[in-house]
Design a protein around this ligand. Sequence first.
Ligand code: DGL
Length: 272
Amino acid sequence: MTTPRILIFDSGMGGLTVARAVRTQLPAAHLIFAADNAAFPYGAWGEEELVKRIVRVMGELLERTAPDIVVVACNTASTLALAALREAYKVPFVGTVPAIKPAAAQTKSGVIGVLATPGTASREYTHALIHTYAYHCKVFLHGAKRLAEIAEQKLKGHAPNPEELKAEIAPVFRKRDGQQTDVVVLGCTHYPLLIEDIRKVAPWEVTYIDPAPAIARRAADVLDETPLKGPADGAPPPNSVILTSARGGASESLGAYSAMGFPTAEFLEVPR
Ligand code: DGL
């Protein structure tokens, strides 16, 4: 039987939350996780430069890995560059965008929080999702400056500072007309890595929406419709990670990648 090969792409370690769900959904697939750590965090980049960067890095990754499908496990990249990626390359792309539609379906108070990166919070795409699916809700959308970095540090063994975390999430916990936020969308794939820490410092309990299982189901559906490239026999190689820089704590992160099921690492230097 042919083993499907899936490339999972993010700026850093956040995409591992999606990789975990893809592994549960498709246990037999060969997964390659690529982190553009040379350019992390994407949340702080200008739009034009970031589209160019993502299209360029993706080109090199596709050449190196020849996947059957690509999962862009990054809201900041998907809300900006999915169309450009689909135009540039033939491989099927599955994107990740803030789960505003399910949040609008689940809220009882009508007050929703969306925690995202500054990039995702400023995108037209995100505002269009809100207008289309949550026009009847009060939506507090916040571009958190440091949360993705705090999540990376946590996986590298540095515990988050509760006061800093509290300040980063505070803007989505709001009260309006006697109602308060009851659903918070985790609009960056790094944030589920902090979910236990966030729960501890949050001012009250809410439902958090992590889109990873839905993305994994979508990846399985797309894979079903895609003719596989690989040979029809032979054991698949171990799941591996590709980083775009060996600097900036990359070696510290390798232990975390390994612990999350990506034991072998390669470097594809793409300086910013
Ligand atoms: N994990 C990413 C996302 O889902 C981006 C984090 C960053 O590079 O700023 O948006």
